[in-house]
Design a protein. Structure first.
Length: 216
C-alpha cells in the first residue's frame, strides 16, 4: 500500500508557467497535466479505498495543504473515488476544502463529489444542499446552484430555484455563470420549464445568455 508521505508527483518544467498562467498565477504547479497526474496517482487512489475513513480524510487534508495545485486535484480525485463509502459525516467534513485555495477549478471538481453523493443518496439531498445554500462564501453557494448539474429526471427543481433566487442579483461573475450553466444543462431535459423560469424572473444578462444556449 502506497503511503501518502512517499507520494510525489513528477512534472515537466516547461508546463509549469503555462499552467499557472491559465489559473491567473494564483497557484504554483508541479507541471503535470491531467492524464499524467491520474497515472501517477493511480496506485495512491487504489490504496485509499482500503483506508479507514478517518485516515482517508487525513490523507485528503495532507494533500490539500501541499503548495502545488496538482496535489489539490489528487485530493479531490481520492474523494471522488471513495464517495460510495461516505456518509453525511464525511461529506460535511469535506466541505471545508471548498473554502481553501478556492478557484473555479477546485470548486467545480468538489461539486462533482457532492453531486455524486446526492445521486447515490437522494434522500439526503436537501441536507447536503443545506451545507451550501445561503453560505457567506460565494464559492459554497456556487455549489448549491450546481449541485444537481448532472441530474435530469431526478433533479429537484425546488432546490434549484431556491439556490438561483437567493443569488439572483448577486454581482459575482462565478455565481451568475453558475446560474446560467445550471439552467442550460437542465434545458436539455426540460426546455419548457427553463423557458418559463427565465420568463418569470429577472435574471442577469449573463445568466440568461448562458441559460438560453440550447433554447433557440
Amino acid at each position: 500500500m502506497q503511503k501518502i508521505t512517499e507520494f510525489k508527483l513528477t512534472g515537466t518544467a516547461e508546463f509549469k508557467e503555462p499552467m499557472a498562467a491559465y489559473m491567473k498565477n494564483k497557484f504554483l504547479f508541479v507541471g503535470v497535466k491531467t492524464p499524467a497526474r491520474k497515472q501517477q496517482s493511480k496506485e495512491l487512489i487504489k490504496s485509499s479505498r482500503k483506508l479507514p475513513l478517518k485516515e482517508l480524510l487525513k490523507t485528503v487534508d495532507e494533500l490539500y495543504q501541499r503548495v502545488e495545485r496538482e496535489y489539490q486535484y489528487v485530493a479531490i480525485d481520492i474523494s471522488f473515488a471513495n464517495v460510495k463509502r461516505f456518509s453525511f459525516v464525511e461529506i460535511q467534513a469535506l466541505t471545508q476544502f471548498v473554502m481553501q485555495k478556492s478557484w473555479w477549478d477546485s470548486v467545480d471538481a468538489w461539486r462533482k463529489v457532492f453531486g455524486k453523493y446526492v445521486q447515490l443518496h437522494p434522500g439526503e439531498k436537501r441536507q447536503v444542499f443545506g451545507l451550501f445554500y445561503k453560505h457567506e462564501d460565494f464559492w459554497m453557494r456556487r455549489i448549491s446552484i450546481l449541485l444537481q448539474l448532472l441530474e435530469k429526471k431526478t433533479l429537484n427543481k425546488e432546490l434549484l430555484m431556491e439556490a438561483i433566487l437567493y443569488d439572483q442579483t448577486t454581482d459575482e461573475f462565478f455565481i451568475q455563470k453558475a446560474i446560467g450553466w445550471a439552467l442550460r444543462n437542465y434545458s436539455k431535459y426540460d426546455p419548457l420549464w427553463v423557458k418559463s423560469f427565465i420568463a418569470a424572473h429577472s435574471l442577469s444578462k449573463l445568466a440568461v445568455r448562458e441559460a438560453s444556449v440550447y433554447l433557440g
